[in-house]
Write a protein that binds this ligand. Structure first.
Ligand SMILES: C[S@@+](CC[C@H](N)C(=O)[O-])C[C@H]1O[C@@H](n2cnc3c(N)ncnc32)[C@H](O)[C@@H]1O
Length: 201
């Protein structure tokens, strides 16, 4: 019993410490430098996203990481990865938290934003960039559920905390309507994938 209480206390203190670190440090550069060499544990989400992408279109993968998405996408016309780190030579380098935007040569049919929005300090500027350079968006996001602690989210390096309703609102403010909402992992209720279409279409 005592051991269990101590363990729980330990976890609580550790979580607070990690949250504080996120607030002070911002982008966890060391984590992402490592991440580009590993198949991500969340790759099933990337398969869910890829299944929504029709062949023949141009795709910008924003926060592309290890680029497993590249293999999941079938028959697309162009794949343009953007990230902090150049997993491949064609990666457009960017850092949305330091105002360094990818130097995109042309508008793409679709932006895939898989596991990036949670780490972006200024989501409005992020949406502005994505909207300016893409005709469609597939966005993943771990929505904040009732009772979820912001400290626990910060401990995961997540720097924003939108509910499902707030995600719909932000998309709307930037001219997008949610055409599809998918729970991409039955074991992670907050993990969602949104297919966004321009309101004007
Ligand atoms: C959770 S991983 C997702 C990787 C990939 N999209 C996937 O789903 O497998 C987050 C990615 O976002 C990138 N990232 C984090 N902060 C960023 C920032 N401020 N600007 C640009 N990319 C960033 C990281 O380098 C990392 O590759």
């Amino acid at each position: 019993m005592k051991q269990r209480i101590l363990r729980r206390l330990d976890r609580h203190v550790f979580s607070k410490w990690r949250a504080l670190l996120t607030v002070i440090r911002g982008t966890n550069v060391r984590r992402w430098a490592k991440n580009i060499h590993e198949v991500p544990t969340w790759d099933s989400r990337n398969r869910v996203i890829a299944a929504l992408v029709p062949p023949g279109i141009t795709v910008m993968d924003i926060g592309a990481g290890a680029q497993t998405m590249r293999q999941h996408l079938k028959g697309i016309a162009l794949y343009t990865p953007c990230d902090l780190f150049p997993t491949t030579p064609d990666t457009l380098i960017c850092d949305f938290n330091r105002g360094i935007l990818p130097q995109v040569p042309k508008v793409h049919d679709l932006a895939i934003c898989s596991g990036i929005l949670e780490y972006v300090v200024d989501p409005d500027s992020f949406f502005k960039f994505v909207t300016a350079w893409n005709r469609g968006i597939i966005l993943s996001y771990n929505v904040r559920l009732a009772g979820d602690s912001k400290v626990d989210r910060l401990a995961k390096d997540w720097v924003n905390h939108f509910t499902l309703e707030e995600i719909r609102e932000i998309a709307g403010q930037h001219g997008w309507r949610v055409a599809k909402e998918i729970h991409s992992n039955p074991h992670i209720p907050q993990e969602m994938v949104f297919l966004l279409e321009p309101v004007s279409a």
